[in-house]
Design a protein around this ligand. Sequence first.
Ligand code: GTR
Length: 330
Amino acid sequence: MSRIVRTLFIIATLLLCVQSTHAETLLRSADVHPRDYPTVQSVMFMSERLQIYTNGELAIKVYPSRQLGEEQDTLLATMFGAIDINRVSVAALGNIAQELRVLALPYLFTDVEHQYRVLRGPIGDDILAFLEPHGLIGLAFLDSGARSFYTREKPIRSLADLQGLKIRVQNTDLSIQMMDMLGANATPMSFGQVYESLITGVIDGAENNWPSYVSTRHFEAAPYYTLDRHTMIPEIIVMSKRRWLQLTPEQQVAVKQAAREASLHMETLWNARVSSAREKALAAGVTVIELDNKTNGAFAAAVSPLYREYKEDPVIANILQRIHAQRQIP
Ligand code: GTR
């Protein structure tokens, strides 16, 4: 089924459901991850809070494991109002609201504290607001750690090892450009296709954080994990603006509050999951490669032209400057 047909199919099915259920109390939420993954658990936590704050008027039903489709498809359905809430990677949103690409730039954050200062403060709020003209309400950011490379046949220990390798990337211009600069052969495809592509050798590797690397079982097919931490692209919870406008002002406040609490709760869920994923991978014999400072520097230098390019956009240049100013605790 082509992507557009698939999306229309999802939209039609969900719109039919809207008419036949008490949809005003049950918000549908999509996620590509399985039920026990922290993002799914975090939106379930949001639902619990929401029920409390609205005296049971609103709750969320999460459809995990790509039940409603791949990330980009469900995002379109969310913009149309056929899906109410969606938990996606910010990378997927950069294709819709250009300004959000700033958060997908490599080596943007010095550490997770820097990322929290940015995302949990006024810069984060301003970035969320960029979504509204596109039919989406940005509710909150969630942890996603750092993305690193993993490969099937040989470990990546230097830039030279990466040259010409077919690396699966999220379907965005920025990640393709980044792989070009690193000398890899970017192969965009949806998340759900990666496992089979690794098994069959259609690609040589991919890149993701510890929890995704393990929950997808990619580590079984690609047992060399190079912790180069090239990006720290957060997750995000968005809501369809069409559905948002149907809520009362009190319900809107409750949704935002519940999302904020889910975002804070995610930190604990995430840290626990990173540890357990790492242990599981190590127990399965995965080889973990840490790069020395010089090699890390070479990776960062290779992708630095991206900054020159993105700074040409005055809006992005301004956000970048504000993000950089948060490197040290102000
Ligand atoms: C994960 C993210 C997913 C999806 C996936 C991917 O880290 O949580 O939403 O974007 O990466 O690589 O497609």
